[in-house]
Write a protein that binds this ligand. Structure first.
Ligand SMILES: *Cc1c(COP(=O)(O)O)cnc(C)c1O
Length: 364
């Protein structure tokens, strides 16, 4: 598709941008531009793809009718991915096709239109190229890419909307967790669940995050960093954190990660770690792991490490698990060997320092 370019009337001055990206943290340093593409069901009915008016232009507020159905019924999905600088000055993204394909899986679950994968990738590449100057020149720096789509049709009846907006914005990012890699302390939610069988747990949709905010606040009030959710039906099986998947590394050379049964978000970092841990000679099994097993194996020493993983924080060790029944510590409560190794391997692949045997790295 041919993108229309709207020139930016007043890009951020160089000095201001350079100051902002020197230590951007996560989530507040936005770049100058955004991509938008509109969807209209009427265009599809007339024989088009539905997608029209692809544009790259200044990052500005989006006018929205007060009856836009996203504001009432939450038809919204998003993705999270990153672009990195390589030593030769070029940029690369990590497994962006996997994000495109997951975006469409989320779209199907939320009764939203799919976007052609090539158009998704083109939009993301264009956004990154246009704002390449916003790449933080710091170790571990990246452009965090946030593609999203929402129902923009003004209509208060309950049915899938006929109009949508797809948008890509970028955030300059250094480290998701301030202070680098630190073991996290996590709180086992007793009163809340993130996802139920048949629900939307496998879709990357804003509502899942809205539902996780109260339990996350509870975790913070208990002195923890993150919340971990158990399954809705039995309150027994460990599922995932609010935005990260889990791996249990055991002394006998096996690794367990909860299976994708519809209540867990299929993380791309999770999928990459399964492959990488197998390459280490470990036996990775996707099977349920209970909260009792977690405690027992941590206490007996059978469990060496627990890793939490996701695009934003890469790989983070879980040090301590707390609940109303008390706390337990995993290993020494510090940063385990496999956490470090997997983190270095992933980061090395992403920034081009390690050869890419998987075809995971796409040059921009
Ligand atoms: C995005 C997300 C993850 C991690 O997925 P990655 O593709 O590895 O970034 C895990 N859990 C939830 C709930 C998520 O939204």
């Amino acid at each position: 598709m041919q993108f229309t370019t709207i020139p930016h009337p007043a890009p951020t001055p160089d000095a201001e941008r350079e100051a902002a990206i020197a230590d951007p943290g996560f989530g507040t340093v936005f770049t100058d531009h955004m991509v938008t593409i509109d969807y209209d069901e009427a265009d599809k009915e007339a024989g088009g793809t539905g997608w029209h008016s692809p544009t790259i232009g200044p990052r500005v507020p989006i006018p929205l009718d007060p009856a836009a159905s996203v504001l009432h019924y939450a038809q919204e999905i998003f993705e999270g991915m990153k672009a990195f600088t390589h030593a030769d000055g070029g940029m690369a993204m990590f497994r962006p096709e996997a994000n495109a394909s997951r975006f469409n899986a989320s779209a199907r679950r939320m009764a939203m239109p799919e976007i052609p994968e090539e158009l998704f990738l083109e939009a993301v590449r264009l956004a990154v190229k246009t704002d390449a100057k916003w790449m933080p020149p710091v170790d571990g720096g990246s452009l965090y890419i946030r593609p999203f789509m929402f129902a923009s049709e003004a209509f208060l009846g309950v049915r899938p909307a006929r109009q949508y907006k797809f948008v890509v914005i970028l955030v300059s990012t250094s480290n998701y967790f301030k202070g680098g890699v630190n073991p996290v302390k996590i709180w086992v939610s007793q009163d809340y669940v993130r996802a139920a069988p048949g629900g939307t747990g496998a879709a990357k949709t804003g509502g899942n995050y809205a539902a996780s905010l109260v339990p996350q606040a509870e975790a913070i009030s208990k002195g923890c960093d993150q919340v971990v959710f158990l399954d809705a039906a039995n309150h027994k099986w460990v599922e995932e954190l609010g935005g990260m998947n889990l791996f249990f590394i055991r002394r006998d050379g096996s690794v367990i990660t909860p299976p994708l049964t519809g209540t867990i978000l299929p993380g791309i970092t999770r999928d990459s770690l399964i492959a990488m841990l197998r390459e280490e000679g470990l036996e990775v099994r996707e099977e349920p792991y209970s909260i009792d097993q977690w405690r027992t194996e941590a206490e007996s020493g059978e469990l060496l490490e627990t890793l939490a993983c996701g695009t934003a924080a890469v790989v983070t060790p879980v040090g301590t698990v707390a609940s109303p029944d008390g706390e337990f510590t995993i290993g020494t409560g510090g940063i385990g060997q496999m956490a470090m190794k997997m983190r270095e391997r992933l980061v090395g692949l992403q920034n081009g320092q390690i050869g890419d045997q998987h075809g995971w790295v796409m040059r921009v």
